[in-house]
Design a protein around this ligand. Structure first.
Ligand code: APR
Length: 320
């Protein structure tokens, strides 16, 4: 059986890390794409030269022509610019929206059967626009945010409780931003919900609230430390987990920005919810019960995402 083909659209910090991880995990042959000619070719060659040492088999190539992604099974999109000082969120939105238009056209032409994972920010609006620009089925286009946000929550909880990260599960819903909704009731240590751990005296409500806030600010904390860029190791690992679930039909239950057509009372928007990812793409949206406070926080988050989509429509009316 021929190897699977993974196209990485955007070969910056996350794109390069994605290529490295996809190689190490032998997920398939990898094509790096970028408008900055030379970068994808250079990174591809560098990572390919690590394969004899690491012992993995994968072809890694770089290109700045969309024809190179032809027939890709998975496309992971990180193309775009990050916010720079003095740039408003709308400026960023406008620039990256144009990038999504180009990327959507490239995928539509050369990889219409791919499973597409978008990482470019502002995530929930960009993945929504990318699906519309590409015209791919809605269950085949998802956004990576929840796996990363949950991973951050899991790490902070494992450090707090001094237990293995493997035994901590966490659920984060809503948009990828300040309004994300980490759910204490559905996050556990070896199956014990955080709400019970509060009762058991493992953590106070106040301390748990601090950890939740640190999770919400997780991206900003890294930007503050790096100063010249944003997180890339954990975002890349998170997207690879989603790609692997699709390629190997693992049917993992993963929180992703998925297209909602009425679930959770939301229509025609991408919002972070639990999904099942398998060979059929997003095979299922898991609808969990939310209590009043959780529903309010979720609605607020949905409102923020809706605002971003409106801003996109103002720039590109064809998205309506
Ligand atoms: N087509 C293809 N590639 C593009 C385009 C385009 N139109 N515009 C920019 N790029 C490329 C840049 O040349 C750069 O190599 O996208 C790459 C982005 O890489 P980085 O700037 O290193 O950004 P990275 O840290 O990888 O983050 C990418 O993911 O998490 C989000 O906010 C983050 O939106 C950002 C994205």
């Amino acid at each position: 059986m021929a190897r699977k083909k993974i196209a990485l659209i955007g070969s910056g910090m996350i794109g390069g890390t994605l290529a490295h991880l996809a190689g190490l995990k032998e997920l398939g042959d990898i094509v790096l794409f970028d408008i900055a000619d030379g970068i994808p070719q250079g990174k591809g060659l560098d990572i390919a030269q690590s394969s004899p040492v690491e012992g993995f088999n994968a072809s890694l190539t770089g290109a700045s022509d969309y024809a190179a992604i032809e027939g890709a099974d998975v496309c992971i999109v990180t193309a775009g610019v990050a916010r720079k000082p003095g740039m408003s969120r709308d400026d960023l939105l406008g620039i990256n929206l144009k990038v999504m238009e180009q990327v959507g056209a490239g995928i539509k032409k050369y990889a219409p059967n791919a499973f597409v994972i978008c990482i470019t920010n502002p995530l929930d609006a960009m993945v929504w626009a990318l699906q519309k620009f590409s015209g791919l089925p809605k269950n085949m286009v998802v956004g990576m945010a929840g796996v990363l946000d949950s991973a951050r929550f899991r790490l902070f909880l494992s450090e707090e409780f001094k237990v293995s990260v493997q035994d901590v599960t966490a659920f984060v819903l809503g948009g990828h931003g300040d309004t994300m909704v980490p759910l204490a009731r559905y996050s556990t240590v070896a199956g014990i919900p955080l709400t019970d751990l509060v009762k058991m005296g493992w953590v106070t409500k106040e301390r748990l609230e601090e950890i939740i806030q640190r999770t919400r600010d997780g991206g900003a904390e890294i930007v503050g430390l790096l100063k010249t860029g944003s997180a890339y190791y954990a975002p890349a690992a998170s997207a690879i987990e989603m790609a692997e679930s699709y390629l190997k039909d693992k049917k993992r239950v993963l929180p992703c920005a998925a297209y909602l057509s009425g679930q959770y009372g939301v229509k025609d928007m991408y919002v972070g919810v639990p999904t099942v990812i398998g060979a059929g793409g997003v095979e299922r949206i898991v609808e969990i019960d939310l209590n009043k406070a959780e529903q309010e926080a979720f609605d607020k988050s949905v409102g923020a995402v809706a605002g971003l989509c409106e801003a996109c429509i103002n720039i590109a009316p064809s998205l309506k």
